[in-house]
Design a protein around this ligand. Sequence first.
Ligand code: PEP
Ligand code: MN
Length: 353
Amino acid sequence: MEFQTFNIPNLGTQRPMVIAGPCSAETEEQTLTTARQLAQNGIKIFRAGIWKPRTKPGGFEGIGVEGLQWLRRVKNETGMYVATEVATAKHVYEALKYGIDVLWIGARTTANPFAVQEIADALRGVDIPILIKNPVNPDIELWIGAIERIYNAGLHQLAAVHRGFSSYDKKVYRNQPQWHIPIELHRRLPNLPIFCDPSHIGGKRELIAPLSQQAMDLQFDGLIIESHCAPDNAWSDKAQQLSPEVLDVILRKLVLREMKQTTEDLVDLRREIDSIDNELLELLAKRMRISSEIGTYKKEHGIAVLQTGRYNEILEKRIANGERLGMSREFMRTFLEAIHEESVRVQVELMNK
Ligand code: PEP
Ligand code: MN
């Protein structure tokens, strides 16, 4: 696939390209107020959801077609380009009718090849930028498949959006970043621009700045960030939206390091390793925390720290599992012993507190 750069004059060539705007268009007033403030701060592409896929029924599911007129007003008054999410052929027709410049396919839609194909068919013959968010599940083939479906319909101004992946554990992130997946996407499709959506990864305001910086350090091309004129009153995703002023401060503070690319492939593979190591560390830390909880329980109930039966069982099962995954017995043993030793040390320390 040979991707084309966005046909958006005045966008400039500087990294990052920034798309900003509220999670949802709620009222004409909220949409226009937010848009004017963003335009004043130099934002060139405005986002707002009109049809909102919500996890549970009963919430605000988007204003619908009415909001498209507001986006058209944003475009006419501020000169910004406007973007919205489409999930069905009908959404595509309506959005095109109102002159929406950029469309994005949401994470839940990317996960469904029928829906993506329906959108691709509705777009045939149109040549506008399309952003394809990663599917909710960490499946890079499904993501690439969606990109191929749109590409095969003749749309070549494409970009991917990394918005993180669903998981049961939402302690830190709303959606796990799993950075190695977009990095692998870049290795597979080197000329496809990639945006990061720190709003939906983080799920909370404080995480937008560090996640955006991380995306810049990983050489992402753009950012799509939720911004609302009164974030605390937003009808959807309020914890993660920023006021246009705060967004401006964050964007100004981003540090853009130009990395020397020696051999492109090696750089990407190293980034994948870095990302996987970070995840390993987070998992290891989580294991240690749980081990401390067990330690506390043992102390309260007078149970000995070292349970030889349990330890042997862990060793045997894990070593066999590791071998099945292509790792040597010796390595598995050294690795597990090191972890177990540290666990025991932590529990003994707790015992003696
Ligand atoms: C959104 O951009 O508001 C949205 C619904 O995103 P996602 O598809 O990433 O959940
Ligand atoms: Mn949102």
